[in-house]
Design a protein around this ligand. Sequence first.
Ligand code: ZN
Length: 412
Amino acid sequence: MPNLTKPNHGNMSVSDCKSSSYGTKTDARDVVSLVDDLLKKAVESDASDVHFEPTGSELVVKFRLDGALNTVEKLPKSLSGNVIARLKVLGGLLTYRNDIPQEGRIEVSKTQNDRVMDQRLAVFPTIHGQRAVVRLFYKNRELMELGQLGFSNDIYTALKKIAAKNQGVLLLTGPAGSGKSTTLAALLRHILKGFSGKSIVTLEDPVEIRIEGITQTQITPHGQMTFPTALRSLLRQDPQILMIGEIRDAETAKIAIEAGLTGHLLMSTMHSGTPAGALLRLLEMGIEPYQVTSSVSAVLNQRLIRKLCKKCRRKIDKTGLFEAVGCDDCFNTGFKGRVLIAEMVQLDGHLRKAILAKSDLDQLEAILKSKGHTNMLEDGKRLVSEGITTQDELNKVCGIISDDPSASGEML
Ligand SMILES: [Zn+2]
C-alpha cells in the first residue's frame, strides 16, 4: 500500500509523486479500500476537493489544498474504470451510464471522522474515460471572527460600520473559492453577537456554514424555492438583516435592491472581477442608476492568498523578504493556510454622480484611481512585506503573469 493512511503528508508531494504500486491484479475489494483510503487521506490533509482525472495512460488523483491542486497518486489506467465505478456506487449514481454527467452525494463514512459535513460527487465523460470530482464540506471549518480574516484596518473598520446599519446593500465579489461565504458568515456572526435582537435570515445555495441563532434556508435550484420566490416571501417574515447567497438574475437583483431601500440591511455576492464592474452589472440587470446609488453602501472584492509555511519559509538576504521552500508539514508546497486580500469601494458623492451619469467602467476606474483607491494588489503588498506570502503568489492571485517559471502552479 502507498502511504495513504499515514497521518502526515510525507510522501505525497507534487515533486516526488510516483506512480502507484497498485498493480493490474487489484481486485474489487482493493478498489473499495483504495477509494476509502483516498477520501480519508483527503480529509486528513484538509483538502477541499479530490480530483480523479483519467489520462491516456493513468488515473491521476489530485487534492486541492489551500486552493492549489496537488497530484497525490497516479493509478494504473487499468484501475480507472473500477475506481470511478466505486465512486459512483458511493454517490448513488447510475454505474452503467458512462456517457452523461452525473451528480450525487457520498455518505460520510465513520472512518473519515466527524469533521466532514457533506461530500458531493460529480462525474463527467472525457475522451479518456470518466473524470470525477469529490467536493468536501467541513463542519465549523470557517467559523472565524471578522477581525481574524486578514482585512486591512481600513476595510475592517468600514465593514463594522456597515454591519451596524439598518439598511443598505453590501455586495461581495470575487470568483468561486475566494472566501466570500466565510466573510459573509463572519459578518453575520458579528451582527448576531453585537446587535442581539436583530432578526437575521439567509437564502443560500447551498448552506455552506451553519450559524446557530440565525434562520438559514437552502434554495433548490430546480425546485419551486428559487431565489426570487423565496426572497419575496422572506420579506414578509419581518427580517432586518438579509443574506442572499448570490445575485444571479435580474429578478433577484431587483428585489434585493428594493429590500435594501426599505429598511433592511442586505448582503450578497455577485460575479464580477472588480467593484466597479459589480455596480455596472446591477445597471445591466435593469436596476435604475438612482436605485443603485441610494441602496448600495459598498462593494468588497476579495481573494484568498496562500500563506507561506512558517516552518520552512526562507528569508532572501538580498530583499529581506521570504520565499517558499517546502517541508513535510506543508505537503512540500511551501505554503500552509490562506488569508484574504481585498479592496473595498464605498459609494460617495463623486461615484454616485458618475453612476447617475451612466459612466462606463473606464470612467469609474479613473475616479477610483484619482481618489487613491487601494486595489487588491496594493493591499497584498503588506502581506509580502510581513513575510506572510510571496510577491509571486500575490501576482498569481491578482492575475498578473509572472515570468518566473517556479511561480507557476495549478491554481484555479
Ligand atoms: Zn513547510
